[in-house]
Design a protein around this ligand. Structure first.
Ligand SMILES: Cc1cc2nc3c(=O)[nH]c(=O)nc-3n(C[C@H](O)[C@H](O)[C@H](O)COP(=O)(O)O)c2cc1C
Length: 313
């Protein structure tokens, strides 16, 4: 099943909180007791291919194995997830930690077909936005705390950078909790930050007041098709010990580009902005991302925020 972990593996140790497996026992065994592979090694290799730590010796944990093998899903079956499951996912999302216990995330589910269609129509290159069985929007909500200040007669100015950042982080954490819980329930999801490119229109459709802004949408449904695990940057680049050090970045990125190209090459006809940058003989991840980032996105977002309650001071 796409979007979740490798279903071949069984997880004999989870649910036994007091138990500590030895390094040898943490290798996964099939029903007859034959060892299949170290619990995490294959998933970590598939995710990073960087020859780094493989989780050898750590207790087996089904949830971690699923996270290591997770993948964004953009095609969904017709089956609609039940309301009780969606309610459960919302409860899980809102159980995440929250900066200062201010609880500045809000979750909006778009069920109205006209609203769904109106949002979908704004992004024709991403048809999954209009077509997914379920669509949530995760909102940074700096308004609620300001209103609570009014209710308690203690003036709160929450349109600051601090207010914006805290609300954004709360919403992102809530979304990630929903993503992982949904995937563990067999669903597939796709976060949708492109909605911020048309934030005025999306906010009007959703009736968002000042100080409430979309962090991202979330398409959700049962996966159709397999998909693939996307190779991440080598941990040598994304992790540091004691002091930050990116002195080996260039060679590490080069190696990553080559490994990623060997697994999932970007077809020539998908090279970005060739008219401006020219056709590349070797077109790896870093060339693609540099071209993408060079074309700044999201120009509509800062003016939207500034005209809807945020001063960022
Ligand atoms: C905050 C955020 C916003 C995203 N926005 C979009 C989006 O607008 N459209 C889309 O198709 N995918 C979107 N994605 C999905 C990413 O493209 C995807 O996570 C990335 O390519 C890595 O793939 P993986 O999740 O399968 O490992 C978003 C992901 C995140 C975390």
């Amino acid at each position: 099943m796409s979007g979740v972990g490798d279903e071949r593996l069984t997880c004999p140790k989870t649910g036994n909180a007091g138990y500590r497996a030895t390094a040898d026992e943490s290798r996964v065994r099939n029903r007859l007791g034959f060892e299949l592979m170290p619990a995490f090694a294959e998933a970590i290799e598939r995710r990073f291919g960087d020859g780094g730590p493989s989780g050898e010796g750590a207790d087996d944990n089904e949830f971690i194995r699923r996270v290591l093998s997770r993948k964004t899903v953009r095609r969904y079956s017709e089956v609609i997830p039940s309301d009780s499951l969606l309610d459960l996912l919302v409860a899980a999302a809102l159980s995440t930690s929250a900066k200062s216990d201010f609880q500045q995330a809000s979750i909006l589910r778009v069920t109205d077909a006209t609203q769904r269609a109106a949002i979908g129509k704004l992004f024709p290159s991403m048809p999954w936005i209009g077509a997914s069985p379920v669509f949530f929007v995760f909102l940074g909500d700096a308004r609620r705390l300001q209103r609570i200040g009014e209710l308690r007669g203690k003036p709160v100015r929450n349109g600051t950078l601090e207010g914006f950042f805290n609300a954004s982080v709360d919403a992102a954490l809530a979304m990630q909790a929903m993503i992982l819980c949904a995937e563990s329930a067999g669903l597939g999801v796709c976060p949708i930050s492109v909605i911020r490119n048309e934030v005025d229109k999306v906010a009007a459709i959703l009736g968002l007041p000042d100080l409430v802004f979309p962090v991202a949408g979330l398409c959700l449904g049962y996966p159709q098709g397999e998909g693939y695990v996307s190779l991440r940057l080598p941990r040598q680049v994304t992790t540091h010990r004691d002091r930050y050090d990116d002195s080996a970045l260039a060679s590490a990125i080069d190696g990553y580009d080559r490994r990623r190209d060997a697994r999932h090459a970007i077809p020539r006809d998908q090279q970005r902005a060739n008219a401006e940058f020219g056709e590349a003989d070797f077109y790896g991840w870093s060339e693609d991302k540099a071209r993408q980032a060079a074309k700044a996105e999201g120009a509509a977002f800062p003016p939207y925020l500034r005209s809807h309650g945020f001063s960022f001071d």
